[in-house]
Design a protein around this ligand. Structure first.
Ligand SMILES: *Cc1c(COP(=O)(O)O)cnc(C)c1O
Length: 429
């Protein structure tokens, strides 16, 4: 077996023999997803600097909140430092709606169960843990790789007193948001939608970020548009938005002096960050079109292979195609194993595995990544419950085993993508 050290997967290792010598590494690194700066960002940054509005108030924040709310289609948007802090505010508001105001400074979800997407980035679920919640992870469905509404229904049968659900739209693909909404409504539960990866994606003609009672988006550097960092809470509940705004600026009561009735946070977005995002927003649809072209070229270029792309519901949703992913057919998988931090496989004629493809990509200066490892498989959540409709073989563990994320940067050239596609093909030889 070839043993691949994790650092190798991010391109620091030696070339392996199974990557043919005649493939020239790409001169420009093919990134998974990085920021695309257009130039007009400086106008808004300069305006902030020129007017001394460099902190957490100013015209960029005000304009951005208005722009985001209008673009996505919600009443209120609250600019925050990160997507994670936006999710934290969502969790606190959901707890308040479900259980009433808690005690100052006490975790507001201590002893409460929260249902959450299992196969996602840890930031989806961590804020609920900050508040003492006991997370129950919900398996994915094959058709969207997102939360399985049937598994969610099953979770409510097992734990009927649960009042908060957190759903993520993985890799920019909307979950089955109408069904998830229905299940939540039937059980009087509050839905938090983590649309950090899916800004601009639509489901049934509506943008993601409008399906949750409370939703979060992110402007981290690798997302579809960026502010270098940054996030937003989105909601139609203007009172909740005002409350999040107050919490995020240290919970100051309206008084001449610092007056506090609640514990606060320093979570507000800076006016500089807001300036960058403000300039990026008009380029959102262009970025989506570029990402979609990347996805379609992979789909076409890999058509003859025993693989499928990350799926979406073509009849009712339009992803933002943030990341293009592959799933290798079971009968084309070579022998492979992963420990907690390393991976090994046996190069086999006609077969491959995600880690072989990732190593081959790394050797040509292209950056892929394994599928986000499900939370239920993480040591830190070893004691948490996991609900699935296929207990013999959970869907998301299978996608993690057979899937990978491909270089999906919107600046990826057709030429580089052809080299990537050829390199993937060779792994199956
Ligand atoms: C990026 C991301 C977040 C967190 O956003 P930050 O702005 O990086 O804090 C949350 N959830 C998902 C699914 C993400 O991909």
């Amino acid at each position: 077996m070839n043993v691949i050290h994790p650092t190798y997967l991010i391109g620091r290792g030696k070339k392996r023999m199974y990557v043919r010598k005649d493939t020239e590494p790409l001169a420009d690194r093919a990134h998974l997803a990085i920021a695309t700066v257009h130039g007009d960002e400086m106008t808004y940054i300069q305006e902030a600097l020129d007017t001394n509005w460099v902190t957490t108030a100013g015209s960029n924040i005000t304009a951005l909140e208005e722009l985001a709310a209008r673009t996505v289609g919600v009443r209120s948007a609250v600019g925050l430092g990160t997507g994670t802090s936006a999710l934290h505010m969502c969790v606190k508001l959901a707890a308040e709606k479900a259980y009433g105001p808690g005690l100052p400074g006490q975790p507001c979800l201590a002893g409460k169960r929260v249902f959450a997407t299992d196969m996602t980035f840890a930031a989806t679920v961590n804020p609920a843990v900050y508040e003492g919640a006991e997370l129950v992870f919900i398996d994915s469905e094959r058709d969207t790789w997102n939360m399985d509404p049937d598994a969610l229904t099953k979770a409510f049968a097992l734990y009927p007193d649960t009042r908060i659900v957190i759903v993520a739209n993985l890799y920019g693909t909307p979950a089955r948001l109408d069904r998830i909404r229905e299940v939540c409504t039937a059980h009087d539960a509050i839905l938090i939608e983590d649309a950090a990866e899916s800004l601009g994606a639509t489901y049934l003609g509506r943008q993601t970020g409008t399906f949750g009672d409370l939703s979060a988006i992110s402007f981290n550097g690798n997302k579809i548009i960026t502010g270098s960092c940054g996030g937003m809470l989105l909601t139609d509940d203007t009172e909740a938005a005002a409350h999040a705004r107050k919490w995020s600026t240290q919970s100051r009561e309206p008084a001449a002096w610092y007056q506090h009735e609640e514990i606060g946070y320093n979570y507000r977005m800076s006016n500089i960050t807001a300036g960058i995002v403000r300039a990026q927003f008009p380029h959102l649809s262009e970025h989506i079109a570029q990402k979609k072209a990347v996805y379609m070229r992979y789909k076409e270029g890999l058509a003859g292979l025993p693989v499928t792309m990350n799926p979406y519901l073509a009849d009712c949703s339009e992803p933002n195609f943030w990341l293009s992913c592959l799933l290798i057919d079971e009968d084309a998988m070579c022998e492979c194993t992963r420990t907690a931090t390393t991976s090994s496989f046996t190069p086999t004629h006609g077969k491959t595995c995600p880690d072989e493809i990732l190593a081959a990509l790394a050797s040509i200066n292209a950056e892929g990544r394994p599928i986000w490892k499900p939370m239920s498989m993480q040591p830190v959540f070893a004691g948490n419950a996991f609900v699935t409709t296929s207990p013999d073989s959970p869907v998301d563990a299978d996608i993690f085993r057979r899937g990978l994320c491909l270089p999906s940067d919107n600046k990826l050239t057709q030429e580089a993508q052809m080299t990537i596609i050829e390199t993937i093909k060779r792994c199956f030889e």
